[in-house]
Design a protein around this ligand. Structure first.
Ligand code: OAD
Length: 229
């Protein structure tokens, strides 16, 4: 039996990482939709980097919670038949010990140089000079994350589609189910005959197709999931 888990910002909420939508998601009164765009970076790269360095400093102090840890246990249980797909860029799944993680929206600790195209990990939390500059050529670097209006990494998306189409159980945890193409994955799984399980304290568009709904925060919800799978 193949099991796919899709996670969103909600799984990291109990680790203190703010979600994008809903209360606590605002930074200096900017909505993420105003900052996580190529246009915002072009017009004000310093502001966008300030926001990402703020997010990095929160994530740097965050520890994986029981939800992340429970998914490590699920990976051990199902082995090769388990895939974790995340929209999160915080790296907390890997910090918890998950090995096979598909990152659909990139990683906040990775950067990409707009000039020489170098891609590398950068763990700075502050800098006197913003935007940050490339270690190799001095060009402007950006976070290697997917912004609104940008394509998702092709290989990650292909893997996600393949697994969503061929799994028997698809679990959605802590995502609003509103940002495509990730939001499409539970629907693909459902059409292909998988059982869809949702863990989310709030109703989402995924709720209407879910076979089982665990209306709990991720920590409690994953504990329940482990008891039923
Ligand atoms: P959202 O912020 O849109 O949604 C968070 C979801 O988590 C909501 O449905 C909440 O009800 C739920 N939630 C809150 N606390 C929870 C908890 N303790 N346990 C479980 N669920 C909880 O985040 P995403 O759906 O991840 O993309 O957002 C999708 C994408 O939009 C993000 O990856 C990011 C964002 O803009 C890009 O930056 C491209």
């Amino acid at each position: 039996m193949k099991v796919v888990v899709l996670t969103g910002a909600g799984i990291s909420a109990e680790s203190g990482v703010p979600t994008f939508r809903g209360s606590g998601g605002l930074w200096k009164s900017f909505r993420p939709e105003e900052l996580a765009t190529p246009e915002a970076f072009k017009s004000n790269p310093k502001l966008v980097w300030e926001w990402y360095l703020w997010r990095r400093s929160i994530i740097a102090n965050a520890e994986p919670n029981a939800g992340h840890v429970g998914l490590v246990e699920l990976e051990k249980r199902f082995g090769e038949n388990f895939l974790l797909i995340t929209q999160n860029v915080d790296g907390l799944h890997q910090k918890a010990g998950s090995k096979r993680v598909v990152e659909l929206h990139g990683n906040i600790w990775r950067v990409r140089c707009l000039a020489c195209k170098a891609v590398y990990y950068d763990y700075r939390l502050e800098s006197d000079e913003l935007p940050l500059k490339c270690d190799f050529c001095g060009g402007i670097i950006r976070p290697d994350v997917v912004w609104f209006g940008e394509a998702l990494p092709e290989e990650a998306l292909d893997t996600a589609y393949t697994w969503a189409s061929s799994c028997q159980i698809f679990v959605s945890i802590g995502t609003s189910g509103t940002v495509y193409p990730a939001a499409e994955l539970p629907h693909i799984a459902k059409i292909k005959g998988a059982k869809v399980i949702e863990i989310n304290p709030e109703k989402t568009p995924i709720s209407s197709i879910a076979d089982d709904i665990i209306r709990e925060p991720a920590t409690k919800g994953v504990e329940k999931l482990l008891s039923i799978l």
